[in-house]
Design a protein around this ligand. Structure first.
Ligand code: UTP
Length: 292
């Protein structure tokens, strides 16, 4: 059997980000910064840390600042050189050297499945990763690298999974699954239920915004009947994939934040600020002086 490697990562970033209005009216949600880096950069860095060399960002109208972010900025670089700001120059330049980044447009925000389908030509016929940039996982080495390890073992579709408490399961795609015989981070998936009522959830295993998918997913997405609002859901396509291939859930190590939601974004900001190289200590000292 051919041993596939995960070289490409798709980052869907064409949604409206309505939970962050009005901030996201003219600014992509994916460009909102956690301390000093936009969400999309955390996603790209995680993909690179997992060994991906090619990143495909799915963009849409009003999202061009993402392309500018990863591109050279000769005026800024010249100004920093003229002022002798070599450290800042390094920071600005290193962003442009992270990976080979391509962009593909999603003409309308017709759901996550549709966004992934837009990347089909650029992905080709090989397994690939998907990172939702508003799910931030804070862990040394990154979440995707752990999942790539599980893919190397199984050569199958892997869904990032987390056990959530109580009724929270009704906010997620939920896995019907059984433990893997030898790897205690893996579960074998037999069914997926999108946002189940808590009493109908087959488990507390929620799907998070990290996926490794085989290229057959594109056929499955194409065959979907659009749901409400013409949306094509990735979980429906993965459910269809189960008829053809094995699918596993992977219990990653690390702390996840739903940075697409205001409260999650604030929690991520505080935790990443506390760990930050230059402002962490001062921020901690200031927080301690606050009475809540
Ligand atoms: P979300 O559902 O979290 O993002 O999708 P959203 O729709 O932009 O946000 P809200 O719910 O309105 O606040 C997860 C990721 O998938 C992308 C989003 O940009 C986000 O990064 N996405 C979603 C697309 O690229 N296209 C879509 O049609 C939907």
């Amino acid at each position: 059997m051919i041993q596939h490697k995960i070289r490409k990562a798709v980052i869907p970033a064409a949604g409206f980000g309505t939970r962050f209005l009005p901030a996201t009216k003219a600014t992509p949600k994916e460009m909102l910064p956690l301390v000093d880096k936009p969400l999309i950069q955390y996603g790209v860095e995680e993909a690179v840390a997992a060994g991906c060399t090619d990143i495909i960002i799915v963009t849409g109208r009003g999202k061009t600042t993402m392309e500018d972010h990863f591109d050279r900025s000769p005026e800024l670089e010249a100004a920093l050189i003229a002022r002798g700001k070599t450290e800042l120059l390094k920071i600005a330049y290193s962003v442009t050297r992270l990976a080979r980044i391509s962009y593909v447009r999603q003409p309308e925000a017709l759901g996550l499945g549709h966004a992934v389908l837009m990347a089909r030509e650029l992905v080709g016929n090989e397994p690939f990763a998907v990172i939702l940039p508003d799910d931030i996982v804070n862990v040394e080495g990154g979440c995707l690298a752990q999942m790539v390890g599980a893919f190397d073992e199984t050569q199958s579709t892997i869904l990032g999974t987390e056990v959530v408490e109580g009724d929270a399961i009704s906010l997620y795609g939920c896995l019907d699954c059984t433990p893997h015989p030898t790897n205690d981070r893996l579960v074998a998936v037999s069914n997926l239920v999108e946002k189940p009522k808590p009493q109908e959830a087959p488990s507390q295993n929620a799907i998070i915004g990290r996926y490794i998918l085989t290229p057959r997913i594109f056929e499955m997405i194409e065959q979907l009947t659009p749901g409400s609002g013409g949306e094509l859901q990735l979980t429906d396509a993965i459910k269809a994939l189960l008829q053809h291939e094995r699918v596993y859930g992977f219990h990653y190590a690390g702390q996840r934040y739903d940075a697409g939601d205001k409260l999650g974004f604030l929690k991520a900001t505080v935790d990443l600020a506390l760990q930050h190289d230059t402002v962490g200590l001062a921020f901690r000292a200031w927080l301690k002086t606050q009475t809540f």
